[in-house]
Ligand binder design. Structure first.
Ligand code: SF4
Length: 446
């Protein structure tokens, strides 16, 4: 046997990944995977086939912390070699106390530290002839949409939240960097970009809206300049986690012009001024309802999504009734509601007036009842209209897509009859003929 034939390539290490938590955590997982893939690592869909497992944890709510600790335990049991990263990674003592055998622990968005930990366990096998990475990086989302993270951390100090402790202060990316990634994604076939961060409206405030450039023009690292530049890419641009700071009003004309989607995801969390103050919420001002009306008069198709917390310490029946009344006025399209949970380390735990679990449950049910009626009525208004739909999935019995007013995973779907030559990522025109509690039903007309 010739010498060349005796050289056997060392098997590439296979990595398993468990990704928990929100879209921002998913984005972090994609960055880690893209980096490792570019270095030649392989991935295993199950524990047994992996040489080691990365667990990207969530630490936001007590239930998420428990889920993360359980996931680490499962990975240790099934595989034995585990690297932990993500929000709960900011509390290594908690992890070590329960799982002393984990190989390494790194905090959220510490990509380099995770990569170094993998290198220590399994040094990379570099093969310079092999371009393993598609231009848009590796995505866990379908090819036609992608999350784009514009900043890390948060400068606010909402009392129920420990994100700033876990992820640190706001660190924005320069606009040139964000636009470079956005352009790569679009040229790789992404049709919809979902802009995420902890506080999208605050983008750039930590770097004094530093100037960058894109397509030869100076641009500020400011949400308005960013939305304008993204609007030139020809993709659907969807903004998440927007706090209603005054300059948000300037984004609405971009929606009216069709540059960005007529969609705002604003986590209001409550409406009672007393509770908002107790929560220490940013952009907590009384005129939000007036502004919603003004936005809708400029962009009638605007879809508003939000999340709320019921049963926050000190919330009285009067505060809750205020919230329900506000909800009726705001007429929001999509809403999520959580019962308040005491998160370890959150300042809200010290507040007086804890609400019992029974009352939290009862308020949650009343809240959901009101909002379900509102959401269903808003959906009904879309019946009889023609609308653009992005196709997500071709199922066995139906095609599933979304309108401009619906984000993937969290909002509703449009159900369409099967039709040939339609693929995920196509944008079609559909006639909507029915609605139910969450979804729309229609047929493709173009
Ligand atoms: S804005 Fe408030 S809730 Fe959101 S990450 Fe920052 S501190 Fe947490």
């Amino acid at each position: 046997m010739g010498k060349a034939k005796q050289i056997r390539k060392k098997a590439t290490a296979k990595i398993g990944l468990v990704s928990l938590g929100c879209a921002k955590a998913l984005y972090d997982s994609e960055r880690i995977v893209s980096h490792l893939r570019a270095e030649g690592y392989d991935f295993s869909p199950d524990y047994r086939g992996a040489d080691l497992v990365i667990v990207n944890t969530c630490g936001f709510l007590e239930s998420a912390r428990t889920e993360s600790l359980d996931a680490i335990g499962e990975a240790l049991e099934e595989n034995g070699k585990v690297i932990v990263t993500g929000c709960l990674g900011a509390e290594p003592d908690v992890i070590k106390a329960r799982h002393p055998k984990v190989l390494d622990i790194t905090g959220p968005a510490h990509y380099e530290a995770v990569i170094n930990a993998v290198h220590r366990a399994h040094p990379p096998e570099h093969d310079p002839h092999f371009d393993l990475l598609p231009p848009g990086g590796l995505k866990f989302t379908p090819r036609h949409y992608a999350y784009l993270k514009i900043s890390e951390g948060c400068n606010n100090s909402c009392r129920f939240c420990i994100i700033p402790d876990l992820r640190g202060k706001l660190v924005s990316r320069n606009i040139s960097d964000v636009m470079g990634e956005a352009e790569k994604l679009v040229s790789a076939g992404v049709k919809e970009l979902l802009i995420v961060s902890q506080d999208t409206s605050a983008y750039g405030s930590d770097i004094q809206y530093q100037q960058g450039d894109w397509r030869g023009q100076p641009r500020r690292s400011h949400i308005l300049d960013l939305a304008q530049a993204l609007g030139e890419l020809g993709a659907w641009i969807r903004l998440h986690y927007v706090y209603p700071y005054p300059h948000v009003d300037n984004l609405v004309p971009l929606m009216a012009e069709g540059k960005i989607l007529p969609y705002l995801d604003i986590p209001f969390q409550h409406a009672s001024p007393k509770i908002l103050k107790a929560m220490k919420r940013p952009a907590n001002e009384a005129k939000v309802l007036d502004r919603i009306r003004a936005w809708r008069s400029q962009v009638p198709a605007l879809s508003l999504r939000s999340t709320f917390i019921v049963g926050y310490p000190g919330e009285t029946e009067k505060d809750f009734a205020y919230l329900l009344e506000w909800l009726e006025e705001a007429d929001l399209d999509r809403v999520g509601c959580f019962k308040y949970e005491a998160v370890t380390g959150a300042a809200a735990n010290e507040l007086p007036g804890a609400v019992t679990e029974e009352i939290k449950q009862e308020r949650w049910e009343r809240f959901m009842q009101v909002q379900q009626r509102i959401s269903a009525a808003r959906l009904k208004k879309r019946v009889g209209k023609n609308t653009e739909v992005i196709i997500d999935q071709i199922g066995k019995n139906a095609i599933l897509g979304r309108t401009k007013g619906d984000a993937p995973e969290i909002d509703g779907l449009v159900h369409l009859p099967l039709q040939k030559n339609i693929r995920p990522g196509d944008i079609v025109k559909a006639h909507i003929h029915a609605s139910d509690a969450y979804d729309l039903h229609g047929r493709i007309i173009i």
